[in-house]
Design a binder for this molecule. Structure first.
Ligand code: TXD
Length: 314
């Protein structure tokens, strides 16, 4: 019989709830929705509601709502969205003081309960959170990634498709770097069915698309009063599928670089191959000199955030 996968969602808020629904829909595995004890009843209710959804769709998936880490025992995948989202006017970095102690606690418990899990960190500020999770849990780097690039690339892809009035299916656009306002949408590797977008759109239009991609998260926070969640959940799903189904997709994720792109010793958004081995490979693309400089600048912002993390006790 095929092994049933156990997928733990740490943080059962907007992204956790939507991701649970997507996993159920795709029957990727059983879900454990975990949140703080004060929200236990709510989370159990969410889990039951989802199982009833499965009864309608014929999806034989178990969804458990809990605040007990023991229920995460032996999970194959963990997705961490625990922590506060942004409110209008806040930067991702503003969340560090509240979310850092949370990620530290989660890392300690994950090491005890599911030491073999593949971990996707989502909480903001993303690059600092994923790095701190790995440092604290001591999980191998290949089993800890941060989700941001898949989402930022989806935003860039949509903008390119809308600017050209073409199908989204034909656009391939990738965003690298940290998950901050200096992320790097790669114009040199973005195409419409293989045709470089520089041949299709003028430079001022392209620069506008880059700026709007960088502001994509902020725009959503202004409109919703909190962070986006449908597209972030779908982005997590793409990474989970690539891992569990050994798809070996090339996805931009925050991964630990050791010399790739001339940058070392930190988590940064780079193209990685995700398969059964987790991060199986970091792919080094030839970059335009301007993009290289932007990536270094973005890495510098991540380093400054890491300096801040080191100064916060715990
Ligand atoms: O691209 C990306 N990486 C992101 C990141 C895109 C969008 C949002 N991004 C960040 O994800 C956002 O800034 C937040 O830091 C997280 C989660 O966003 P979400 O929208 O799901 O936030 P919610 O709805 O507030 O859910 C967070 C839940 C909430 O139910 C808390 O009670 C819970 O996290 N929480 C905890 N769960 C478990 N354990 C602990 N300690 C804990 N503390 C809070």
């Amino acid at each position: 019989m095929m092994r049933r996968h156990k997928i733990g969602l740490i943080g059962a808020g907007n992204i956790g709830g939507e991701l649970a629904r997507l996993i159920l829909h795709g029957q990727l595995g059983d879900v454990v929705l975990f949140d703080v004890p004060a929200k236990e009843a709510q989370v159990r209710g969410k889990a039951l509601d989802l199982e009833q959804c499965g009864a309608l769709g014929g999806q034989d998936v178990r969804v458990v709502g809990t605040s007990n880490w023991k229920d995460l025992n032996g999970a194959h995948v963990l997705v961490i969205t625990a922590g506060l989202p942004r409110k209008p006017g806040q930067s991702r970095e503003d969340l560090i003081v509240t979310n850092l102690p949370i990620i530290r606690e989660v890392a300690d418990r994950a090491r005890d309960e599911c030491p073999d899990a593949f971990v996707i960190v989502v909480s903001n500020p993303l690059d600092a959170m994923v790095s701190e999770f790995q440092r604290r849990s001591r999980f191998p780097h290949c089993r800890v990634v941060g989700m941001a690039g898949v989402l930022d690339s989806a935003r860039f892809t949509l903008l390119v498709a809308r600017a050209l009035g073409c199908s989204i299916k034909d656009v391939r656009a990738m965003v690298l770097g940290g998950h901050g306002d200096d992320m790097v949408p790669l114009l040199s590797h973005s195409t419409v069915n293989g045709v470089p977008i520089r041949q299709l759109l003028s430079e001022p239009v392209l620069l506008d698309l880059v700026a709007r991609t960088r502001q994509g998260g902020g725009e959503l926070v202004q409109l919703l009063g909190t962070s986006a969640y449908y597209a972030p959940a779908a982005s997590c799903l793409a990474i989970i599928e690539s891992y569990l189904l050994d798809e070996r997709r090339l996805l931009p994720c925050a991964a630990y670089v050791e010399g790739e792109y001339g940058i070392s010793g930190l988590y940064l958004g780079v193209p990685v191959v995700i398969g059964t081995g987790g991060v199986e490979r970091i792919v080094t693309l030839p970059l335009h000199p301007e993009e290289e400089a932007m990536l270094e600048h973005s890495a510098q912002s991540v380093r400054s955030m890491m300096d801040l993390v080191e100064r916060l006790p715990g």
